[in-house]
Design a protein around this ligand. Structure first.
Ligand code: SAH
Length: 247
């Protein structure tokens, strides 16, 4: 059986192809995961599927691999974006990891009035989202945008994508009603620990493309709201609906 190790290889893969991996990936496979010459692992390129690949050369810093056979055909995640206000470091890590597992196609850090973290490290977010995609057996890796202000995000909005903002004032549409008929493309917006400001809520309520959603009677932490909103959407209108593994 092929090893469970799964690696995102950021270049289109084709059967029989040989390629050299980056120093960082070579180090991870050989020194951390202790793979050796001839060992087989899984590689996916984010565009064409998942393959068994074999280590065919081990140089000092780089390994060379060969693409042996296709294991799974490509399927993309649903077109759902998560717009989130970065919170404290561990909670932001959690938001990224869990939202990737829950199938988001794009992550957009948003700076709102009460966002506490002005240091948003896009590179760190990218690395974390790749790691989460490798772990959860996704076949694609979400795009991560650089942080933007909420007003910039809203002023450039393409209204063919409905925006669902999680409204802690609990005046929004109940989540089941909101997400029952909410086919992709959509975006989910969750506020920071301090919540949205009155002005932000007012501005959101004025947008034709936006719907306020309530997640029940309790105030959730931002990271809980992210996981709850994405899970509800996946179950009601996303790729959990009627999902059965094709064997
Ligand atoms: N400090 C705020 C709470 C912010 S919770 C207060 O006490 O009012 C952080 C974010 O999670 C909110 O901005 C909102 O997007 C989301 N959220 C939390 N609880 C929610 C609920 N019951 N319904 C909808 N969204 C919620």
């Amino acid at each position: 059986m092929a090893s469970k190790i799964r690696l995102f290889i950021d270049t289109p893969l084709t059967l029989g192809q040989t390629l050299e991996l980056s120093e960082a990936q070579s180090h991870y496979l050989c020194n951390v995961m202790k793979l050796k010459l001839d060992d087989i692992f899984l590689g996916f390129d984010g565009t064409s599927g998942e393959y068994e690949v074999q280590i065919i050369k081990q140089n000092k810093k780089h390994i060379e691999i060969k693409v042996l056979q296709k294991q799974r055909n490509f399927i993309s995640s649903p077109d759902v974006w998560l717009i989130f206000a970065p919170v404290k470091k561990d909670q932001t890590d959690f938001i990224i990891q869990k939202s990737v597992e829950l199938g988001v196609s794009k992550l957009i850090p948003a700076i709102t009035r009460y966002t506490i973290s002005d240091k948003t490290k896009t590179e760190r977010f990218v690395a974390q989202s790749i790691e989460a995609a490798e772990q959860c057996r996704r076949l694609d890796v979400p795009e991560v945008e650089r942080a933007k202000s909420l007003s910039e995000i809203l002023s450039n909005w393409d209204s063919s994508r409905r925006l669902y903002y999680m409204d802690e004032s609990r005046t929004g549409t109940p989540v089941r009603e909101a997400f029952s008929q909410a086919p992709a493309p959509i975006a989910i917006l969750v506020g920071p620990e301090g919540g949205f400001s009155e002005d932000e809520l007012k501005h959101l309520r004025q947008q034709d493309f936006a719907t306020g959603v309530t997640l029940g009677p309790r105030i959730l932490r931002a990271e809980t709201a992210v996981v709850s909103a994405l899970s509800c959407w996946q179950a009601l209108s996303g790729d959990w609906v009627n999902y059965k593994e094709q064997i």
